[in-house]
Every structure is written in structure tokens, then in C-alpha cells.
Design a protein around this ligand. Sequence first.
Ligand SMILES: [Zn+2]
Length: 691
Amino acid sequence: MNQPKRYTITAALPYTNGAIHIGHLAGVYVPADIYARYLRLIGKDVAFICGSDEHGVPITIKAKKEGVTPQDIVDKYHAIIKTSFADFGISFDNYSRTSAEIHHETAQEFFKTLYDKGEFIEEITEQLYDEEADQFLADRFVTGTCPKCGNEEAYGDQCEKCGTSLNATDLINPKSAITGNVPTLKQTKHWFLPLHKHEAFLKEWILEGHKKDWKPNVYGQVKSWIDDGLRPRAVTRDLDWGIPVPLEGAEGKVLYVWFDAPIGYISSTKEWAERVGKDWEPYWKDKETKLVHFIGKDNIVFHCIIFPSMLKAEGSYILPDNVPANEFLNLEGNKLSTSKNWAVWLPEYLEDFPNQQDVLRYALTANAPETKDNDFTWKDFQARNNNELVAIFGNFINRVVVLTDKYYKGIVPEASEFSAVDQDVLAAIKAYPDVIASSIERYRFREASQELLNLARLGNKYLADEEPWKLVRTDEARTKTIMFVALQMASALASLSEPFLPFTSEKLKTILNINSNDTTNSWNAVSSKKVLLPAGHHIGKAELLFSKIEDETIQHQLDKLIASKKSNEAANKKLEPQKETITFEDFSKLDMRVGTILEAEKMPKANKLLILKVDTGIDVRTIVSGIAESFTAEEVVGKRVTVLVNLAPRTLRGVESQGMILMTESEDGTLVFVNPDASTDAKVPNGLHIS
Ligand SMILES: [Zn+2]
């Protein structure tokens, strides 16, 4: 496609069981936003589409766990996600949700069309079933061993380790995620998309057609699946949360979430078109539209195999021109995880770093996981801000604005003769839009962001070499020319930074007094216009674009992560299962008294044992207690304790123990006394421990 008439850009629908974190931003939303903003700047017709994915098993599992309805869960997270995207400057033309009526209609209609065309296989098969929960098990309701890579925690629809797309019945040793039971098999009717029938088309379209322009990681994954052979895949489920299958006799069945979710791009486009008074169809059906899906690497199979097969089977839709999936971003050396709270959450970032959206956008772009998994560290974030945004970009702008204010009362001076250096710099400015554009159009956003910074670097070098602050005393004409050139560069940065640093670009346009409504073609103007800021133009006052991030701020973020790691470790600690039930008669045989430890000494040659003399109220007796690893003899003397006095005596290392001190473990695993004098608000011990 040479010059597309319009662009439909989709960003993966975020799943509404949690907030957005930096992994989502780096993998999908920041690159998609840079791309969409860039295209709008060069005057293209763009629909940038997204919305919340609100169906599927994890939402029902979460709702069950929290004792609320699935609708409660999706309402909560849809609002959080939508607000945080807007606050972060992700410039969607439309952000919809898959519980919207327009989506239910669109998805059902899509299914019905394929059904009527005979594109499904209808089959009664045996599916995994949990007898106790009285429920069929698919997708995340079942885990087991991946038949391809041996990962023991693969899900019923996909192995997250190797990315293979699975049917629940493929799993080895399947286990119900609801009850932990081994599932049985039960017959049920479902509709299958015969992917094997689309193999030839997929081969021709991707393996032959996109070998050169698709990213190697995407192409490689797709190739390996096609080479393995594709199989029919069920697109319906026996569930009560989702879009009802629009067929008679399909009561209690819904569309598979991965069947309905990508159709969400279409319904969100419809919603947008309705709102702005456009026709949605050309954005999905005109061959001169360029369709690009931004996704994370775990979604490749759905966007490169399943959804295109659906579009192809339907017949009236275009196919994606590219699917530039990123690899994963890790955090401080560990895999990002919603359930383990190992993440930097967007809403928290926006609260902790007010008005610093661009810093995170920049750090995630400069370190984007485009070709391999990458690591986000707070130190790198700080360095990107302090050494690049503050020291290079911000510093250049600040010098130019402050000097213009000081020397010329904020008025762009008249240039006289341009030196060879000036001419080189002016030519470089004109070349930058194409340099950056070329990287963006090849989905190399990391490279593009570094080119932008190179322009600011060039500005700093120009000022440092030409030293207008020295010449101002001796050569007025030359100083004016230098400042004129520097101001042109500042203006170019205001336009070219917009896709990457939209808030900074806006601020800079205000400082330079550039009409920010006039954004159309402002990108192209940098290379085509002779002068960006004419002599006589009044600029505004200096204002810092970026501020230094201090070590304390970074330490605070690191402390947050350490706290979350600790609480994970505590939560993952395996508790001993409850022992078998005893009768009240058993219990009433125990004679417990409050006693005081009078003396204590360590048992010779035994690490664990203390020999105690305990006043039980009825007598003073010897008790041998296995607490020496937690307490010294000195510590326990004088302690009031609970004593089981009628335990049959037994001899330990030659000393007869005549009872037992009751102990238990606190939440962090340390041994504590069952203290008769503990205040009532003390933590309830979680089980008696024989010591
Ligand atoms: Zn696997």
C-alpha cells in the first residue's frame, strides 16, 4: 500500500480485572499513541480505537472471590482504566467497552453471519466438567500441563510460557481452578472455527506476503503455529457471563471471549463514527485503509491467526497491514504480575508524579521492549529524566528562552548572514522530520525517540560552540543570528516532540507563543517552511519543562516494591492444613493453667531445648520446652504462660518434662507464647504449636 487513504489503529483491549501498569503501557499503549499522534500531525485521517474487554473467565473468578457480580468488577475497572488513560494522554478517538449494547449486537451479528455462511463446525464433544461446581471448565477455569513445553501452570485456552493456544482438553493432568478437583468429561454442543481450513490463506497472506515488513518475533511465532498445523477451535462456551450465542437451542452458552473481544475494535469504531457523524465502514472495509493492531506478544495468535480467519470468513473486511507486537517489559529484574502486585500502576504513578506523564512515556519508549524483553528500573527512569530530559532537552529550551528574554525582551531577532555552521544546523532541522518519521513508520519508536533527543543535543552543542553569551558583548549581529537559529530549533522541537511528549510539546508551544490549534501539517512545516519563528515574533517567559527527580523520590518507589515483595512472601507461605476434628470430650480432658516461669536454663548439647521451672498455681514443676532457637533463658524468666498440666510426663535427654508450655506461630512465622495476659486486640494466633 503506497498512500493509504485512512488509518484504523487499534490498541489491545485491556482486561477489566485490574488497573493498567507499565507493562501494558510499554508494550501497547505508548507506541500506539505515538503512531496515532504522528499520523494526525502529518494530516492523516486516523481512527485510534480501544475499549475495555469485560468478558471471560478471570472476571467471573474475581467476582466470586470478592462476593460481587461480574458487572460490579467491570464497572469498577472500566472507570479506573478509562480515566487513567485520559490522564496519561493516550489520545484514543474512542474508548468503548464490550458490555456496551452496540458491541453485543455487533458480535452477535458477526457470529450469525459466519453461522449462516456455514463457516462453523457444529459438534457435540466431551468437554472438561467439574461435578462439584456443576460447571464446564474452559479457559482459565482449568489449569494443567502444557503438551508443548511442559509448563505445569498452563490455562485451558493458552500456555503463557510458550504462547501456544490450547483447547482445555489438550491439557495433561487438568485440574479445576474452582474446586481443585480432577475434571470429568461431559457432552456438550459447541461451534468451532475450522482454522485448518484457513491455513492456505494464512500462509499466503502472512508467510509469503509479510515476511519482510512484520517484526521477526511476530512472524516467527505465526510461522511456527502454522507449521505445526492448525486445528478447529471452539468459539462458544458454557458460561453465564458473556454475549449469548444468538441461536435457538444455545441457551446458557456465550461467545468465547477471544471471539468477541477483537470484534470490540469494530463496535468501538461504530460508536465513534456515530458520535462524530462519520461512516464506520470504510475504516474496516475499504482496501485503501491501513489497519494496524498494537498488541503484546501474548496476543499474537489471536490477532494473527484467529481474528484474521474470522474476518476472512466473514468476507467483507480488510485484514491488518501490520501487527507490531512488543516483547515483555520486566520490573527490577522480575516479571510484572498483577496478582503479585509486582508492577508500577498507572493510577499510582499519576498520583505520585503529578504532571510528569511525559517522563514515564519517555522512559518507557527509550527502553521499549521492541525486539527482546526489557527491564524497567527506577534508577533508569531517574537517569532518563535527569540526564536526558532535564540536562539535554530542558536545558536547551531554557537557555534559548532565557537568553531571548534577556537580550531581546522576548522578541525573535533578525538574522543577518548565516555561517556554514548555521546552514548545517538549519538543514539538519529540516531533515529531522523525515528521519524520525522513517523510524516511526517502521514501528521503531525507541529509535525515533532517540532521534528526537539528538535534535535537542544538536541544539545544546550549537549554543556551546557558538557561545552567544560571550559574543553579545562584541558582535551584536552575530549574536542575533545565533539566537534566531536556536529559536528555529526550539520551534522544531515543539512540533516534533508532540507524539512522544505531548504535555511538554503543549507547554513549549505556550512558551514560544505558537498557536497550538494549528497542528495540521506542523510536522511537515518543520521541513517545508523556510522560517518557523519569524523575526519580530514575541515569545513568552521561560518555564521549566522538566525537573530533576531526587534520590528520595526513587527510594520511595523502591520501598513500595520491597513492601509488596514482603507481603507476597507472607501470603505464599504455606499454612499447615487443619488437623483432624476432635470431640468436645477430647478437648475437655485438657487441663490448662496460667503459670509463671521461675527459672530457665539451656539444655546442655541441645540447640532447641530450655529446661524451665514453672509455678503452675498448683505446684512448681520442671518442663522441657523446644523454644531455645526463638528465646534465650534470660528472656523467658518471669513470663506468664499457659501450661498444659495433665500431659503424660516424658523424659527428654534425661530430664523429665511434666507438662507443656503452649506456643503458636505469628503470621510472619515467629514463635510466640499463648499469653494469658495479652490484651484482647492482640492478633489471634493461627494455631497451637507443640513446643
Ligand atoms: Zn507451553
